[in-house]
Design a protein around this ligand. Structure first.
Ligand code: UN1
Length: 491
């Protein structure tokens, strides 16, 4: 077993508490590594290092910052297989998706490195003669990034890449389930030439490490991806020091199949959207809404295809569904299955933890399908597992009304061959992302990512909007008239 440290001021150090925690493989229970349990004082040290590194990094020409990020991207690409295996070992997604997680990180770092040659401001006119007006982008200062376990390479890179290219220094807290992915990622940045103190990592619990980051007045912005309850807590605590807050929280993403859809294509989409990553994506297809005319046909085919999914060792390339990420996840998902049964949703498929032979050491849950009614808890709350409630509707209007009648609004999808229906859905679905004839998952890094309602606030991550979260806009007026000119007052 390897021991790892916190990464502060370019050095791997142990926690001031001397306490540690383990990271384990959710498919086998095998222990992977030991990490320091960071404390409030450890976070203070990380903040000091970030503060010390800030003037130099702020002054670093952005294209040079971009070169470092581009190098990190190419190191990750070279090591894609090894890093993909690490993702799979530490959080359980199947190996093709483990590699996909790494590829998404590679793609984003490549994309955002080019921002070093843009970071665009605007120039515009003045209402006074011989006066020049423009905006420039400046770093915010020290920022905190708090990331989830479900995309332990991609999501940290969205945040760290955008924060770093913008000239901020960072205190980073990875999810307690995936510290090994985080440490490996940080080593990539180190190898790519990131100066000491620019990126600092403190592993440990949310209620000490996370909370200190969120509350410390020297941290000027926090970017958080995680559950809705935790996100609300971050938002209210961060407000005391008037921080900039970016939140990417949950989803209850509908996939609608209309009566004119290509049904086989739609079923492929449902399988990938609902059971890919064992349903543990914020974008996962977590409600299936089917037009009544084709309900029986879709359900018949869906059940046959779902029953054939291979559940097991996520390192085996033939496996379709791996374990869920932890015991806590397993408990929560099984509890939701119980709730579904109690509220009289009809359990059509699955519903149990798998046991026996290879399953006993890990957290495996059968892909589960419920025939449900809109309004049940399983149709409104995020379950974050391989559990799909299906709702039957009369027409498009009812499908959209039900789609929108939840607290979340991240991703959404409709399968239809009718162009009018497709365009109406773009107008009418309340979500940050709408797919036409594709599942709710699989967003690309050069487009904005995020949602409405309880899904989050702040600028969208990724895409052209990625730097909004991590830059301040300064407005500049240059008067070269050699006289005092008074805006709004002179004729
Ligand atoms: C997440 O689940 O937090 O669109 C991110 C997708 C991926 C990103 C998911 N590209 O499903």
């Amino acid at each position: 077993m390897n021991g790892y440290g916190l990464y502060i001021n370019g050095e791997w150090v142990s926690s001031l508490s001397g306490q540690t925690f383990q990271t384990t493989n959710p498919a086998t229970g095998e222990s992977l590594a030991t990490f320091p349990k960071g404390t409030e004082e450890d976070v203070h040290k990380a903040i000091e290092a970030a503060e010390k590194a800030l003037p130099n990094w702020r002054g670093y020409p952005p294209p040079k910052r971009g070169q470092i990020l581009l190098k990190a991207s190419s190191i990750m690409l070279q090591r894609k297989n090894e890093l993909g295996e690490l993702v799979t070992k530490e959080m359980g997604k199947v190996i093709a998706e483990g590699r996909g997680d790494v590829q998404e990180a590679v793609d984003f770092l490549e994309y955002i490195s080019g921002e070093g040659r843009r970071l665009l401001g605007e120039t515009t006119t003045s209402e006074l003669p011989r006066k020049f007006c423009m905006t420039v982008r400046q770093p915010i200062g020290i920022v905190g990034c708090i990331t989830p376990w479900n995309f332990p390479m991609a999501v940290p890179c969205w945040k760290l890449g955008a924060a770093l290219i913008s000239g901020n220094t960072v205190v980073y807290k990875p999810a307690t389930l995936t510290p090994l992915c985080a440490a490996t990622l940080v080593k990539v940045f180190e190898e790519a030439g990131l100066p000491p103190g620019v990126l600092n990592v403190v592993t440990g619990p949310a209620d000490t490490v996370g909370r200190t980051i969120v509350e410390h007045p020297k941290i000027r912005a926090v970017s958080f991806t995680g559950g809705a309850a935790a996100g609300k807590d971050v938002y209210s605590r961060a407000s005391a020091s008037m921080k900039r807050v970016g939140l990417e929280l949950g989803g209850k993403n509908p996939l609608i199949i209309m009566d004119d859809a290509n049904i086989d294509l739609a079923i492929e989409g449902v399988l990938f959207g609902a059971f890919g990553t064992a349903g543990q994506r914020c974008t996962a297809t977590s409600r299936l809404i089917i037009h009544e005319k084709i309900y029986d046909e879709v359900m018949g085919k869906l059940l046959t295809r779902t029953e054939a999914l291979k559940i097991g060792d996520p390192m085996d390339p033939n496996t379709d569904v791996g374990p869920v990420a932890s015991e806590e996840q397993e408990k929560k998902i099984l509890k939701y299955i119980e709730i579904g049964v109690e509220e009289c949703a009809k359990l059509i498929l699955g519903g149990s933890k798998l046991t026996g032979s290879q399953y006993d050491k890990g957290y495996f849950i059968e892909p589960t399908i419920f025939d449900a009614k809109h309004g049940m808890r399983i149709t409104k709350e995020e379950m974050f597992g391989p559990v799909l409630p299906v709702i039957r509707v009369r027409d498009y209007e009812e499908a959209v009304r039900i789609s929108n009648d939840v607290d979340y609004g991240l991703s959404s999808s409709i399968y239809t061959r009718n162009i009018t229906t497709a365009y109406r859905a773009i107008d009418e679905l309340e979500a940050g992302i709408t797919y036409i004839n594709a599942p709710t998952i699989g967003a690309e890094v050069h487009l904005p990512f995020g949602g409405v309602k309880n899904t989050g606030i702040g600028a969208r991550e990724a895409g052209t909007t990625a730097i909004e979260e991590f830059t301040e806009i300064k407005t500049v007026f240059i008067d070269y008239s050699e006289s005092l000119q008074k805006a709004q007052i002179e004729d």
